[in-house]
Design a protein around this ligand. Structure first.
Ligand code: EPU
Length: 417
């Protein structure tokens, strides 16, 4: 199993290009199931999660070719409509095949994803929405079994703005009979990107980016050529790295408008942020000032940036409170950050962090994707060596992170065995 070793204390400076967004690429690659013919995707990040979704689509008999950051997927002769446990358990986002399979092939059997490190993460809202569109759904032997001769549009109000739930229902509704209205829909930029991709395939989706989506069903979709949007969480992670190390990093190929809440919090910590058309430059302060954070659905502060901000607050000049409102167990990084010397106390869904002048390097263990990123950030500022174990979590969602950090001047290497 690979590890990452970091000798902390380097000020990071230079330029780094942001990769395509994992959480936009996953549903967009899956949307190829909705049509015959070959869809072409550019700017697809090189990640383990992308390999997992490609494995699942191949298992379903889609024909896939990859060259550089381009992927071609043709789901013409699909011969299976079942997503087995062994493929789904590797990545919860595999549940995204449920809506498209049901819409195009009238049936789907998808394994329930099972346990997750950051919370229970039920899929009841995906199922409730599909049932409202006429699907007969049962749970048998750990699988969701869904069938419908025809999906029909309905007026659906989600109990909460679930991201993959909105995506699943939006994809299913593109081929449903009549109009589907999705209320309290998620507003994340990745939802907008998926709606845009589906519209390029001939779908008729209105309101993407707002909490009410109107999807007029069409008879069929056609292939399209789509470029994946930049990864706002990868960008945010590098922005925190610049601030924490007192560095000066210019990010290119990114979308500043997607990062407004992150930028305003970073500015509170004393970092200077300058935005351009597709670029962001962050200059770190001499010492980070503390700031309170509360995660919320977009456009609020992203839960996927919570762990990275927590490690930054561990070296801030005062006390800060971070409140997690999306996932009930997303503080698993706290015990590992404590091993680096962070002073963090948990009270319910809040973490109270007393900043210290520095952290001290230690062996630590990655527990989930964003937790891993926080440990790398901790290692970058800690005194001495930090070894992060189980970095396969990191490889799920960061494209060549150690190479990018090395280019910025970090003393970081992957130890491969
Ligand atoms: N929820 C339900 N029922 C449902 C669906 C969701 O109760 O049917 C609850 C969840 O338990 C959670 C809340 O709703 O408390 C929000 O969860 P959501 O469904 O929005 O999360 P998700 O779609 O499973 C996506 C991202 C996550 C990101 C969250 C929140 C993808 C593939 N995953 O997950 O990304 O944290 O939205 O923004 O898009 C990551 O990249 O590290 C990651 C975990």
């Amino acid at each position: 199993m690979d590890k990452i070793q970091i000798n902390g204390g380097c000020r990071l400076a230079g330029e780094v290009a942001v990769s395509g967004a994992k959480n936009a690429a996953l549903p967009i690659l899956v949307s190829s199931l909705l049509t015959e013919g070959a869809c072409i995707y550019h700017n697809v990040p090189r990640l383990r999660d992308i390999e997992s979704i490609k494995d699942l689509l191949s298992y379903l008999c889609a024909d896939i070719e990859t060259w550089d950051d381009t992927v071609r997927i043709a789901a013409d002769g699909l011969c299976k409509t079942e997503a087995p446990y062994d493929l789904v358990r590797k990545m919860r986002a595999s549940i995204l095949v449920l809506g498209p399979l049901l819409a195009r092939y009238k049936k789907a059997r998808v394994s329930l994803p099972g346990g997750c490190a950051i919370g229970a993460r039920p899929i009841n809202l995906h199922l409730k929405g599909l049932a409202a569109m006429g699907a007969r759904i049962s749970l048998e032997h750990g699988y969701v079994e869904a069938e419908a001769e025809e999906l029909t549009g309905d007026d659906i109000c989600l109990d909460m703005p679930t991201v993959t739930g909105t995506e699943n229902l939006m994809m299913a509704a593109t081929l449903a009979k009549g109009t589907t209205i999705l209320r309290n829909a998620a507003r994340e930029p990745e939802i907008f990107a998926l709606a845009d991709a589906l519209n390029q395939m001939g779908a008729r989706i209105e309101g993407a980016g707002t909490s009410v989506l109107t999807i007029h069903g069409v008879e069929e979709l056609h292939p399209a050529e789509i470029t994946i949007m930049p990864d706002r969480i990868e960008a945010g992670t590098f922005m925190v790295a610049a601030a924490m190390t007192g560095g000066d990093i210019r990010l290119t190929r990114c979308e500043p408008a997607h990062l407004r809440s992150v930028i305003s919090k970073l500015e509170l910590t004393g970092a200077r942020v300058e935005t351009g058309v597709e670029s962001i430059r962050v200059t770190g302060p001499e010492r980070i000032a503390s700031a309170d954070i509360k995660t919320a659905p977009y456009p609020g502060f992203p839960t996927d940036m919570q762990a990275q901000f927590m490690v930054m607050m561990s070296v801030a000049s005062g006390l800060s409170v971070i409140t997690e409102t999306i996932f009930e167990n997303r503080f698993i990084h706290v015990s590992e950050l404590r091993r680096l010397g962070a002073n963090i106390r948990i009270s319910g869904n809040s973490a109270i962090i007393q900043g210290a002048p520095s952290l001290s390097g230690a062996p630590v263990m990655a527990t989930d994707l964003r937790a891993s990123a926080s440990l790398i950030l901790g290692g970058l500022v800690a005194k001495g060596a930090t070894i992060v174990d189980r970095v396969y979590h990191l490889d799920r969602g960061y494209d060549g992170i150690e190479k990018k950090f090395r280019k910025l001047g970090a003393d970081i290497q992957r130890i491969t065995r």
